[in-house]
Design a protein around this ligand. Sequence first.
Ligand code: ADP
Ligand code: MG
Ligand code: MG
Ligand code: MG
Length: 399
Amino acid sequence: KNSREKKMKFDRYFLMDEAAVKAYILEKTDCFTDKELTVSEIGDGNLNYVFRISDGETSVIVKHSGHTARISDEFILSTDRTIREGRLLQAHGRYVPDFVPAIYLIDETMKCVIMEDLSNYEILRTALQQNQIYPHLGQLLGHYLAETLIRTSDFILPPKEKKMLQKEMINPELCEITEGLVYTEPFYDNFSRNELSPELAEYVEQYIYNDAALKRSAAEAKLKFLNKAESLIHGDLHSGSVFVNAEGIKVIDPEFGFFGPAGYDVGNVIAHLLFAYAYAETKGQKEQMAWLEKTIEEVMKTFRSSALIILQNETRDIALNDESIFAAFISEIEKDAYMVAGLEIIRRIVGMAKVSDITLLEETRVRTEIQLLSFARYLIQHPDKIRIYPSLFAIYQNS
Ligand code: ADP
Ligand code: MG
Ligand code: MG
Ligand code: MG
Protein backbone atom coordinates (compact mmCIF):
# COMPACT_ATOMS: atom_id res chain seq x y z
CA LYS A 1 0.00 0.00 0.00
CA ASN A 2 1.60 3.23 -1.07
CA SER A 3 1.29 6.47 0.84
CA ARG A 4 -0.62 8.20 -1.93
CA GLU A 5 -3.46 5.74 -1.47
CA LYS A 6 -3.57 6.31 2.30
CA LYS A 7 -3.78 10.05 1.85
CA MET A 8 -6.79 9.96 -0.46
CA LYS A 9 -9.64 11.93 1.07
CA PHE A 10 -12.33 11.22 -1.49
CA ASP A 11 -13.54 14.80 -1.27
CA ARG A 12 -13.28 15.30 -5.01
CA TYR A 13 -14.62 13.07 -7.75
CA PHE A 14 -12.35 10.89 -9.83
CA LEU A 15 -13.00 7.60 -11.63
CA MET A 16 -12.10 4.93 -9.07
CA ASP A 17 -10.38 1.67 -9.93
CA GLU A 18 -10.31 -1.42 -7.69
CA ALA A 19 -7.48 -0.11 -5.49
CA ALA A 20 -9.20 3.24 -5.04
CA VAL A 21 -12.52 1.57 -4.18
CA LYS A 22 -10.77 -0.47 -1.51
CA ALA A 23 -9.24 2.63 0.07
CA TYR A 24 -12.58 4.42 -0.32
CA ILE A 25 -14.65 1.81 1.47
CA LEU A 26 -12.24 1.74 4.44
CA GLU A 27 -11.89 5.52 4.62
CA LYS A 28 -15.49 6.60 4.09
CA THR A 29 -17.66 3.80 5.49
CA ASP A 30 -17.82 1.45 8.43
CA CYS A 31 -18.86 -1.50 6.25
CA PHE A 32 -15.59 -3.26 7.08
CA THR A 33 -13.04 -3.04 9.87
CA ASP A 34 -10.73 -5.74 8.56
CA LYS A 35 -8.32 -4.43 5.98
CA GLU A 36 -8.01 -7.80 4.21
CA LEU A 37 -10.48 -6.90 1.51
CA THR A 38 -10.77 -8.22 -2.00
CA VAL A 39 -12.24 -5.87 -4.58
CA SER A 40 -13.25 -6.95 -8.07
CA GLU A 41 -14.96 -5.10 -10.86
CA ILE A 42 -17.84 -7.34 -11.97
CA GLY A 43 -19.82 -5.00 -14.23
CA ASP A 44 -21.15 -6.42 -17.49
CA GLY A 45 -23.38 -3.56 -18.58
CA ASN A 46 -22.74 -0.87 -21.15
CA LEU A 47 -22.55 2.18 -18.94
CA ASN A 48 -21.15 1.76 -15.45
CA TYR A 49 -18.66 0.08 -13.13
CA VAL A 50 -19.79 -2.39 -10.49
CA PHE A 51 -17.38 -3.45 -7.75
CA ARG A 52 -17.79 -6.26 -5.24
CA ILE A 53 -15.92 -5.69 -1.98
CA SER A 54 -15.57 -8.68 0.33
CA ASP A 55 -13.71 -9.59 3.51
CA GLY A 56 -14.49 -13.26 2.98
CA GLU A 57 -17.57 -13.15 5.21
CA THR A 58 -19.62 -10.14 4.24
CA SER A 59 -19.66 -8.21 1.02
CA VAL A 60 -21.15 -5.07 -0.51
CA ILE A 61 -21.54 -3.68 -4.02
CA VAL A 62 -20.34 -0.26 -5.17
CA LYS A 63 -21.91 1.04 -8.37
CA HIS A 64 -19.89 3.91 -9.81
CA SER A 65 -20.16 6.02 -12.91
CA GLY A 66 -17.61 7.69 -15.15
CA HIS A 67 -18.02 10.74 -17.40
CA THR A 68 -18.37 8.38 -20.34
CA ALA A 69 -19.99 5.01 -20.92
CA ARG A 70 -18.04 1.92 -19.90
CA ILE A 71 -18.18 0.54 -23.45
CA SER A 72 -17.24 3.67 -25.35
CA ASP A 73 -15.74 7.11 -24.72
CA GLU A 74 -18.05 8.41 -27.43
CA PHE A 75 -21.02 8.45 -25.05
CA ILE A 76 -20.63 11.35 -22.67
CA LEU A 77 -22.99 11.17 -19.71
CA SER A 78 -23.36 12.99 -16.43
CA THR A 79 -21.95 11.06 -13.46
CA ASP A 80 -25.09 12.07 -11.57
CA ARG A 81 -26.93 9.17 -13.21
CA THR A 82 -25.82 6.84 -10.43
CA ILE A 83 -27.05 9.24 -7.74
CA ARG A 84 -30.47 9.41 -9.41
CA GLU A 85 -30.51 5.63 -9.71
CA GLY A 86 -29.83 5.25 -5.97
CA ARG A 87 -32.62 7.68 -5.12
CA LEU A 88 -35.01 5.95 -7.49
CA LEU A 89 -34.28 2.59 -5.86
CA GLN A 90 -35.03 4.20 -2.50
CA ALA A 91 -38.24 5.76 -3.83
CA HIS A 92 -39.49 2.41 -5.18
CA GLY A 93 -38.15 0.73 -2.04
CA ARG A 94 -40.73 2.61 0.03
CA TYR A 95 -43.40 0.49 -1.67
CA VAL A 96 -41.52 -2.73 -2.41
CA PRO A 97 -38.61 -2.97 0.07
CA ASP A 98 -38.19 -6.69 -0.62
CA PHE A 99 -37.96 -6.17 -4.39
CA VAL A 100 -34.95 -3.85 -4.51
CA PRO A 101 -31.44 -4.06 -3.03
CA ALA A 102 -30.89 -2.31 0.31
CA ILE A 103 -29.12 1.01 -0.25
CA TYR A 104 -26.40 1.70 2.33
CA LEU A 105 -24.96 4.97 1.05
CA ILE A 106 -25.40 7.43 -1.82
CA ASP A 107 -22.21 9.48 -2.23
CA GLU A 108 -22.83 12.62 -4.27
CA THR A 109 -19.17 13.56 -4.28
CA MET A 110 -17.71 10.28 -5.53
CA LYS A 111 -20.78 9.52 -7.67
CA CYS A 112 -21.36 6.06 -6.32
CA VAL A 113 -23.97 3.99 -4.50
CA ILE A 114 -23.11 1.34 -1.93
CA MET A 115 -25.73 -1.39 -1.87
CA GLU A 116 -26.57 -4.92 -0.85
CA ASP A 117 -24.65 -7.68 -2.62
CA LEU A 118 -27.18 -9.92 -4.36
CA SER A 119 -24.75 -12.75 -5.08
CA ASN A 120 -27.30 -15.23 -3.72
CA TYR A 121 -29.50 -14.34 -6.71
CA GLU A 122 -29.12 -15.03 -10.44
CA ILE A 123 -29.68 -12.63 -13.32
CA LEU A 124 -33.08 -13.60 -14.76
CA ARG A 125 -31.94 -13.73 -18.39
CA THR A 126 -29.14 -16.16 -17.55
CA ALA A 127 -31.35 -18.30 -15.32
CA LEU A 128 -34.02 -18.55 -18.01
CA GLN A 129 -31.46 -19.57 -20.62
CA GLN A 130 -30.45 -22.34 -18.22
CA ASN A 131 -34.01 -23.69 -18.34
CA GLN A 132 -34.92 -22.55 -14.83
CA ILE A 133 -38.57 -22.28 -13.76
CA TYR A 134 -39.81 -19.96 -11.00
CA PRO A 135 -43.46 -20.75 -10.28
CA HIS A 136 -44.23 -17.33 -8.77
CA LEU A 137 -42.28 -15.11 -11.18
CA GLY A 138 -45.37 -13.74 -12.95
CA GLN A 139 -47.06 -12.77 -9.70
CA LEU A 140 -43.88 -11.20 -8.34
CA LEU A 141 -43.32 -9.11 -11.47
CA GLY A 142 -46.99 -8.09 -11.64
CA HIS A 143 -46.92 -7.06 -7.98
CA TYR A 144 -43.68 -5.08 -8.42
CA LEU A 145 -45.10 -3.27 -11.46
CA ALA A 146 -48.40 -2.37 -9.79
CA GLU A 147 -46.83 -1.19 -6.53
CA THR A 148 -44.16 0.98 -8.15
CA LEU A 149 -46.24 2.35 -11.03
CA ILE A 150 -49.63 2.90 -9.42
CA ARG A 151 -48.33 4.26 -6.12
CA THR A 152 -46.23 6.89 -7.94
CA SER A 153 -49.18 7.99 -10.10
CA ASP A 154 -51.43 11.01 -9.44
CA PHE A 155 -54.06 8.71 -7.96
CA ILE A 156 -51.92 8.05 -4.91
CA LEU A 157 -49.00 10.51 -4.61
CA PRO A 158 -50.08 13.92 -3.30
CA PRO A 159 -49.81 16.48 -6.13
CA LYS A 160 -46.94 18.57 -4.76
CA GLU A 161 -45.00 15.51 -3.67
CA LYS A 162 -45.32 14.07 -7.15
CA LYS A 163 -44.05 17.22 -8.84
CA MET A 164 -41.10 17.53 -6.45
CA LEU A 165 -40.13 13.92 -7.07
CA GLN A 166 -40.61 14.47 -10.80
CA LYS A 167 -38.16 17.36 -10.65
CA GLU A 168 -35.62 15.25 -8.78
CA MET A 169 -36.00 12.38 -11.25
CA ILE A 170 -35.80 14.40 -14.45
CA ASN A 171 -33.46 12.45 -16.74
CA PRO A 172 -32.96 14.25 -20.06
CA GLU A 173 -29.75 12.51 -21.17
CA LEU A 174 -30.87 8.94 -20.68
CA CYS A 175 -34.37 9.67 -21.98
CA GLU A 176 -32.79 10.96 -25.17
CA ILE A 177 -30.99 7.64 -25.57
CA THR A 178 -34.28 5.74 -25.22
CA GLU A 179 -36.08 8.13 -27.56
CA GLY A 180 -33.52 7.43 -30.26
CA LEU A 181 -32.72 3.78 -29.63
CA VAL A 182 -36.29 2.54 -29.15
CA TYR A 183 -38.57 4.96 -30.96
CA THR A 184 -36.60 6.27 -33.96
CA GLU A 185 -33.46 4.43 -35.03
CA PRO A 186 -35.00 0.98 -35.66
CA PHE A 187 -37.47 2.55 -38.13
CA TYR A 188 -35.05 4.76 -40.03
CA ASP A 189 -32.02 2.58 -40.64
CA ASN A 190 -30.14 4.64 -38.03
CA PHE A 191 -27.81 6.12 -40.68
CA SER A 192 -27.04 2.53 -41.77
CA ARG A 193 -25.91 1.65 -38.26
CA ASN A 194 -28.62 -0.96 -37.61
CA GLU A 195 -26.97 -4.37 -37.52
CA LEU A 196 -28.77 -6.94 -39.65
CA SER A 197 -27.88 -10.18 -41.33
CA PRO A 198 -28.48 -10.13 -45.11
CA GLU A 199 -31.55 -12.41 -44.84
CA LEU A 200 -33.09 -10.26 -42.16
CA ALA A 201 -32.26 -7.00 -43.94
CA GLU A 202 -34.71 -7.87 -46.71
CA TYR A 203 -37.58 -8.36 -44.28
CA VAL A 204 -36.74 -5.21 -42.31
CA GLU A 205 -36.49 -3.11 -45.46
CA GLN A 206 -39.97 -4.12 -46.59
CA TYR A 207 -41.89 -4.49 -43.33
CA ILE A 208 -40.24 -1.89 -41.06
CA TYR A 209 -38.44 0.86 -42.98
CA ASN A 210 -41.07 0.98 -45.71
CA ASP A 211 -44.21 0.53 -43.64
CA ALA A 212 -45.62 4.04 -43.25
CA ALA A 213 -48.56 2.95 -41.05
CA LEU A 214 -46.26 1.13 -38.63
CA LYS A 215 -43.97 4.15 -38.40
CA ARG A 216 -46.96 6.37 -37.71
CA SER A 217 -48.02 4.15 -34.80
CA ALA A 218 -44.45 4.18 -33.49
CA ALA A 219 -44.47 7.98 -33.70
CA GLU A 220 -47.67 8.09 -31.65
CA ALA A 221 -46.03 5.88 -29.03
CA LYS A 222 -43.01 8.16 -29.06
CA LEU A 223 -45.18 11.18 -28.29
CA LYS A 224 -46.55 9.29 -25.28
CA PHE A 225 -43.05 8.54 -24.05
CA LEU A 226 -42.15 12.21 -24.44
CA ASN A 227 -45.29 13.59 -22.80
CA LYS A 228 -46.91 11.16 -20.40
CA ALA A 229 -45.50 11.86 -16.93
CA GLU A 230 -47.68 9.16 -15.41
CA SER A 231 -45.54 7.16 -13.00
CA LEU A 232 -41.98 6.87 -11.74
CA ILE A 233 -40.82 4.16 -14.13
CA HIS A 234 -37.72 1.97 -14.01
CA GLY A 235 -36.98 2.69 -17.65
CA ASP A 236 -34.77 -0.33 -18.46
CA LEU A 237 -36.71 -3.30 -17.12
CA HIS A 238 -35.24 -6.11 -19.23
CA SER A 239 -34.36 -9.51 -17.84
CA GLY A 240 -30.78 -8.37 -17.17
CA SER A 241 -32.14 -5.87 -14.64
CA VAL A 242 -33.95 -8.53 -12.59
CA PHE A 243 -32.25 -10.81 -10.09
CA VAL A 244 -34.13 -13.98 -9.14
CA ASN A 245 -33.95 -16.97 -6.81
CA ALA A 246 -36.42 -19.36 -5.19
CA GLU A 247 -37.26 -16.71 -2.58
CA GLY A 248 -38.13 -13.81 -4.85
CA ILE A 249 -36.87 -11.10 -7.18
CA LYS A 250 -34.70 -8.00 -6.82
CA VAL A 251 -34.83 -5.27 -9.44
CA ILE A 252 -31.62 -3.31 -10.13
CA ASP A 253 -30.30 -0.70 -12.56
CA PRO A 254 -33.14 1.85 -12.96
CA GLU A 255 -30.79 4.54 -14.29
CA PHE A 256 -33.10 5.27 -17.24
CA GLY A 257 -35.95 5.95 -14.82
CA PHE A 258 -38.08 9.13 -14.79
CA PHE A 259 -41.78 10.06 -14.68
CA GLY A 260 -42.97 8.45 -17.88
CA PRO A 261 -45.72 6.17 -19.18
CA ALA A 262 -46.39 3.26 -16.80
CA GLY A 263 -46.88 0.93 -19.77
CA TYR A 264 -43.22 1.33 -20.66
CA ASP A 265 -42.06 -0.92 -17.81
CA VAL A 266 -44.90 -3.41 -18.24
CA GLY A 267 -44.17 -3.69 -21.97
CA ASN A 268 -40.47 -4.29 -21.41
CA VAL A 269 -41.23 -7.17 -19.05
CA ILE A 270 -43.51 -8.77 -21.65
CA ALA A 271 -40.98 -8.33 -24.47
CA HIS A 272 -38.12 -9.93 -22.57
CA LEU A 273 -40.24 -12.86 -21.38
CA LEU A 274 -41.07 -13.37 -25.05
CA PHE A 275 -37.38 -13.37 -25.95
CA ALA A 276 -36.91 -16.02 -23.27
CA TYR A 277 -39.79 -17.99 -24.80
CA ALA A 278 -38.22 -17.81 -28.25
CA TYR A 279 -34.92 -19.04 -26.80
CA ALA A 280 -36.65 -21.88 -24.94
CA GLU A 281 -38.44 -22.89 -28.14
CA THR A 282 -35.17 -23.18 -30.06
CA LYS A 283 -33.64 -25.27 -27.27
CA GLY A 284 -36.71 -27.49 -27.00
CA GLN A 285 -37.33 -26.49 -23.36
CA LYS A 286 -40.99 -27.53 -23.54
CA GLU A 287 -41.97 -27.39 -19.90
CA GLN A 288 -40.34 -24.00 -19.55
CA MET A 289 -42.20 -22.74 -22.63
CA ALA A 290 -45.56 -23.62 -21.11
CA TRP A 291 -44.54 -21.96 -17.86
CA LEU A 292 -43.32 -18.80 -19.64
CA GLU A 293 -46.63 -18.58 -21.49
CA LYS A 294 -48.48 -18.75 -18.17
CA THR A 295 -46.04 -16.30 -16.63
CA ILE A 296 -46.78 -13.56 -19.17
CA GLU A 297 -50.50 -13.96 -18.49
CA GLU A 298 -49.82 -13.94 -14.77
CA VAL A 299 -47.85 -10.67 -15.03
CA MET A 300 -50.78 -8.96 -16.75
CA LYS A 301 -53.44 -10.47 -14.47
CA THR A 302 -51.56 -9.65 -11.28
CA PHE A 303 -50.76 -6.16 -12.52
CA ARG A 304 -54.46 -5.50 -13.22
CA SER A 305 -55.80 -6.91 -9.95
CA SER A 306 -53.10 -5.34 -7.75
CA ALA A 307 -53.45 -2.00 -9.52
CA LEU A 308 -57.20 -2.03 -8.98
CA ILE A 309 -56.88 -2.83 -5.26
CA ILE A 310 -54.38 -0.01 -4.75
CA LEU A 311 -56.58 2.45 -6.66
CA GLN A 312 -59.73 1.44 -4.77
CA ASN A 313 -58.13 1.58 -1.35
CA GLU A 314 -55.75 4.50 -1.65
CA THR A 315 -57.09 7.09 -4.09
CA ARG A 316 -57.43 10.33 -2.12
CA ASP A 317 -58.62 12.75 -4.77
CA ILE A 318 -62.42 12.59 -4.80
CA ALA A 319 -62.52 13.64 -8.46
CA LEU A 320 -60.46 10.58 -9.44
CA ASN A 321 -62.10 8.12 -7.07
CA ASP A 322 -64.33 6.40 -9.58
CA GLU A 323 -64.49 2.77 -10.70
CA SER A 324 -64.84 3.59 -14.39
CA ILE A 325 -61.85 5.96 -14.21
CA PHE A 326 -59.80 3.20 -12.57
CA ALA A 327 -60.78 0.71 -15.27
CA ALA A 328 -59.99 3.14 -18.09
CA PHE A 329 -56.65 4.04 -16.50
CA ILE A 330 -55.55 0.41 -16.21
CA SER A 331 -56.75 -0.45 -19.74
CA GLU A 332 -54.77 2.46 -21.15
CA ILE A 333 -51.61 1.23 -19.39
CA GLU A 334 -52.18 -2.25 -20.81
CA LYS A 335 -52.58 -0.86 -24.29
CA ASP A 336 -49.40 1.21 -23.94
CA ALA A 337 -47.64 -1.90 -22.62
CA TYR A 338 -48.46 -4.01 -25.68
CA MET A 339 -47.25 -1.24 -27.98
CA VAL A 340 -44.03 -0.89 -26.02
CA ALA A 341 -43.53 -4.67 -26.04
CA GLY A 342 -43.67 -4.50 -29.84
CA LEU A 343 -41.28 -1.56 -29.98
CA GLU A 344 -38.84 -3.25 -27.61
CA ILE A 345 -38.85 -6.44 -29.69
CA ILE A 346 -38.09 -4.45 -32.84
CA ARG A 347 -35.35 -2.35 -31.33
CA ARG A 348 -33.56 -5.39 -29.85
CA ILE A 349 -33.62 -7.22 -33.18
CA VAL A 350 -33.07 -4.31 -35.58
CA GLY A 351 -31.24 -1.74 -33.46
CA MET A 352 -27.75 -1.80 -32.07
CA ALA A 353 -28.37 -3.14 -28.51
CA LYS A 354 -29.10 -6.83 -29.03
CA VAL A 355 -30.12 -9.48 -26.48
CA SER A 356 -28.27 -12.78 -26.04
CA ASP A 357 -31.58 -14.69 -26.20
CA ILE A 358 -31.42 -13.89 -29.92
CA THR A 359 -27.71 -13.57 -30.68
CA LEU A 360 -27.00 -16.99 -29.14
CA LEU A 361 -29.38 -18.65 -31.59
CA GLU A 362 -27.81 -20.28 -34.62
CA GLU A 363 -29.75 -21.89 -37.51
CA THR A 364 -33.07 -20.79 -36.02
CA ARG A 365 -32.06 -17.16 -35.56
CA VAL A 366 -33.48 -15.53 -38.69
CA ARG A 367 -36.71 -17.51 -38.56
CA THR A 368 -37.17 -16.56 -34.90
CA GLU A 369 -36.34 -12.92 -35.59
CA ILE A 370 -38.91 -12.73 -38.37
CA GLN A 371 -41.61 -14.37 -36.27
CA LEU A 372 -40.92 -11.97 -33.40
CA LEU A 373 -40.86 -8.97 -35.74
CA SER A 374 -44.17 -9.80 -37.36
CA PHE A 375 -45.71 -10.31 -33.92
CA ALA A 376 -44.20 -6.97 -32.84
CA ARG A 377 -45.82 -5.24 -35.82
CA TYR A 378 -49.17 -6.63 -34.70
CA LEU A 379 -48.61 -5.48 -31.11
CA ILE A 380 -47.79 -1.94 -32.22
CA GLN A 381 -50.75 -1.62 -34.55
CA HIS A 382 -53.43 -3.57 -32.67
CA PRO A 383 -52.65 -3.20 -28.96
CA ASP A 384 -56.41 -3.09 -28.28
CA LYS A 385 -57.10 -6.48 -29.81
CA ILE A 386 -54.61 -8.34 -27.64
CA ARG A 387 -56.87 -8.12 -24.60
CA ILE A 388 -59.82 -9.83 -26.25
CA TYR A 389 -57.79 -12.95 -27.09
CA PRO A 390 -57.45 -15.72 -24.53
CA SER A 391 -53.68 -15.63 -25.00
CA LEU A 392 -51.28 -13.42 -26.86
CA PHE A 393 -49.46 -16.62 -27.77
CA ALA A 394 -52.22 -17.59 -30.16
CA ILE A 395 -51.21 -14.53 -32.17
CA TYR A 396 -47.50 -15.07 -31.69
CA GLN A 397 -47.72 -18.63 -32.96
CA ASN A 398 -49.54 -17.49 -36.09
CA SER A 399 -47.13 -14.65 -36.79
P1 ADP B 1 -25.15 -1.17 -15.84
O1 ADP B 1 -25.89 0.08 -15.49
O2 ADP B 1 -23.77 -0.86 -16.29
O3 ADP B 1 -25.90 -2.04 -16.78
P2 ADP B 1 -25.96 -2.96 -13.67
O4 ADP B 1 -26.54 -2.26 -12.49
O5 ADP B 1 -26.91 -3.63 -14.57
O6 ADP B 1 -24.97 -1.97 -14.46
O7 ADP B 1 -24.92 -4.02 -13.12
C1 ADP B 1 -24.10 -4.77 -13.99
C2 ADP B 1 -23.88 -6.16 -13.42
O8 ADP B 1 -23.27 -6.07 -12.13
C3 ADP B 1 -25.18 -6.94 -13.18
O9 ADP B 1 -25.56 -7.64 -14.34
C4 ADP B 1 -24.78 -7.88 -12.08
O10 ADP B 1 -24.09 -8.99 -12.59
C5 ADP B 1 -23.81 -7.05 -11.26
N1 ADP B 1 -24.51 -6.38 -10.15
C6 ADP B 1 -25.09 -5.16 -10.16
N2 ADP B 1 -25.64 -4.85 -8.97
C7 ADP B 1 -25.42 -5.92 -8.18
C8 ADP B 1 -25.76 -6.24 -6.82
N3 ADP B 1 -26.43 -5.37 -6.03
N4 ADP B 1 -25.36 -7.45 -6.33
C9 ADP B 1 -24.68 -8.31 -7.11
N5 ADP B 1 -24.33 -8.08 -8.38
C10 ADP B 1 -24.68 -6.90 -8.92
MG1 MG C 1 -27.65 -3.16 -16.49
MG1 MG D 1 -24.48 -14.93 -9.11
MG1 MG E 1 -27.75 0.52 -16.43
